[in-house]
Design a protein around this ligand. Structure first.
Ligand code: NAD
Ligand code: WQD
Length: 339
C-alpha cells in the first residue's frame, strides 16, 4: 500500500534532515518546507544521495500563509512533522518577539493551512525544556510543565494550542514529542549538526574543539549534586530520535486526540563522562577548564521512557560511544559544516 505523503517543516535542519532520511527509507514520500534560516539545502541533497530517493523541497517560510497554502494545494499531504522554529535559548531572551513570532505564529499559520486542506495529523518537536526547573528525575510525561525562557515558553504555548485543538475538534491527531538532548550524526558522516557561529550546545562545542576551530571547552559548573559534580543529561543519538518520529507516525494512524511522549534513552551522562567517552572513542584529547554554572541550567535531566517504549514500540539502539564517534566522524569529514 502507498504510504501517505509527509510534509516536513524545517526538514533541512539537524533533526529534520535525519528524520527525512528515516522517512524515505521507511517508504514515505516527503515534502520539505524550510526557509533555510538555520540550515543549507545541501543537507537535503545529501539525504537524497544517502537514500537514493527524491524528495520535494520548497524554500518557504511557514509564517507566509500564501506560500504555505500553495504547497498544500500542490501536494496531497497525509500528515505533518513540524520542526521549523528557532531554538537558541540565550538568543530567545534577547529576541523574544522574534521567537514568539517564528515559533508560535508560524505554528498558527501552519495549523490554519492544515485545517483548510483537511490535514489533521501533526507531530510536533517539543522539548524536555518544558519540564522547567523540576528536580525530580526521571521526567515523566504527566509531570508539571513550566518554562524559564522565551524559547521554552514558545514550546509550552504551542503544546497548549495543539492540546486545545484536540479538545475542540477530536478529528485532530496530535503527537507532542519531547526530545531530550539530540547529538551525533548519520554514521556515513554525510549529514550532521551544523550550528551557526559558536555552538551553544555541548557536543558541537566539543567537536569544534577537537577539529581545532575552538581552543578549549568550558565545563559549566562542577558543584552540582551529581556523581561527579557536572551536569547530567539524557543524550540521544539523532538517528534513534529520527526513528522515533517514524514510529510516532505509525502510532498516529490509530490514535485518537493528543498524545505526549518523551524521546530519550532514559539514562543520564555527565559532562565529564561525555568528554571521556569522546576522547576514548576518537583518540583525541579535549582541553577543558571548569568555569561557573550557566544561568538557567539544572543539575540533572533524563527521561522516563516507559510510555514511548510501550505505546510507540520504540527504544533507542545506540550508545554514548556511537554518539561521540558519529559526531566526530561528521565533524572531521565536514570541518566547516555544509559550507
Ligand atoms: P535546526 O535549527 O537545525 O532546524 C530547524 C529548521 O527550521 C532549520 O532548517 C530552519 O532553517 C528552519 N526554520 C526556522 N524557522 C522557519 C520558518 N519560519 N519557516 C521555515 N523554516 C524555518 O534545529 P533542530 O535541532 O533540527 O531542531 C528541530 C526542532 O526540534 C526545533 O523545533 C527545536 O526547537 C526542537 N528541539 C531541538 C532540540 C535540540 O537540542 N536540537 C531539542 C529539543 C527540541
Ligand atoms: C548540556 C550540558 C551544560 C556547553 C539545551 C536546551 C534544551 C534543548 C537541548 C532545545 C549542560 C554543559 C554545555 C558548554 C558545558 N534544546 N555544557 N559547556 O542545556 O541540556 O539543553 O539543548 O529544545 O532546551 O536548553 O544542552 O548541550 O547546552 O548542555 O559544560 O560549552 O553540558 O551545562 O550540563 P541543555 P547543552
Amino acid at each position: 500500500m502507498m504510504k501517505p505523503l509527509i510534509l516536513v517543516t524545517g526538514g533541512a535542519g539537524y533533526v529534520g534532515s535525519h528524520t527525512c532520511l528515516s522517512l524515505l527509507e521507511a517508504g514515505y514520500p516527503v515534502v520539505v518546507v524550510d526557509n533555510l534560516s538555520n540550515s543549507k539545502a545541501e543537507s537535503l541533497r545529501r539525504v537524497e544521495k544517502l537514500s537514493a530517493k527524491k524528495l520535494f523541497f520548497y524554500p518557504v517560510d511557514i509564517c507566509d500563509p500564501e506560500a504555505l497554502k500553495k504547497v498544500f494545494m500542490l501536494h496531497s499531504v497525509g500528515a505533518v512533522i513540524h520542526f521549523a522554529g528557532f531554538k537558541a535559548v540565550g538568543e530567545s531572551v534577547e529576541k523574544p518577539l522574534e521567537y514568539y513570532h517564528n515559533n508560535v505564529y508560524g505554528t498558527m499559520v501552519l495549523l490554519e493551512c492544515m485545517r483548510e486542506a483537511g490535514v489533521r495529523t501533526i507531530i510536533f518537536s517539543s522539548s524536555a525544556t518544558v519540564y522547567g526547573m523540576t528536580e525530580k528525575v526521571p521526567f515523566r510525561e504527566d509531570a508539571p510543565t513550566s518554562a524559564t525562557n522565551p524559547y521554552g515558553r514558545s514550546k509550552l504555548f504551542i503544546e497548549h494550542i495543539l492540546l486545545d485543538l484536540c479538545v475542540a475538534d477530536p478529528s485532530w491527531r496530535v503527537t507532542l514529542l519531547r526530545y531530550f538532548n539530540p547529538v551525533g550524526a548519520h554514521p556515513s558522516g554525510e549529514i550532521g549538526e551544523d550550528p551557526r557561529g559558536i555552538p551553544n550546545n555541548l557536543m558541537p562545542f566539543v567537536c569544534q574543539v577537537a577539529v581545532g576551530r575552538l581552543k578549549e571547552l568550558q565545563v559549566f559548573g562542577n558543584d552540582y549534586p551529581t556523581p561527579d559534580g557536572t551536569g547530567v543529561r539524557d543524550y540521544i543519538h539523532v538517528l534513534d530520535l529520527a526513528e522515533g518520529h517514524v514510529k510516532a507516525l505509525e502510532a498516529a494512524e490509530t490514535q485518537q486526540g493528543a498524545a505526549i511522549y518523551n524521546l530519550g534513552t532514559g539514562r543520564g551522562h555527565s559532562v565529564l563522562e561525555l568528554i571521556r567517552a569522546f576522547e576514548k572513542a576518537n583518540g583525541i584529547k579535549i582541553p577543558y577548564s571548569i568555569s561557573g554554572r550557566r544561568p538557567g541550567d539544572i543539575a540533572a535531566s533524563y527521561a522516563d521512557v516507559q510510555k514511548a517504549e510501550k505505546c510507540l514500540n520504540w527504544k533507542t539502539q545506540r550508545t554514548l560511544e556511537d554518539m561521540v564517534r558519529d559526531a566526530w566522524n561528521w565533524q572531521k569529514k565536514n570541518p566547516e559544516g555544509y559550507a
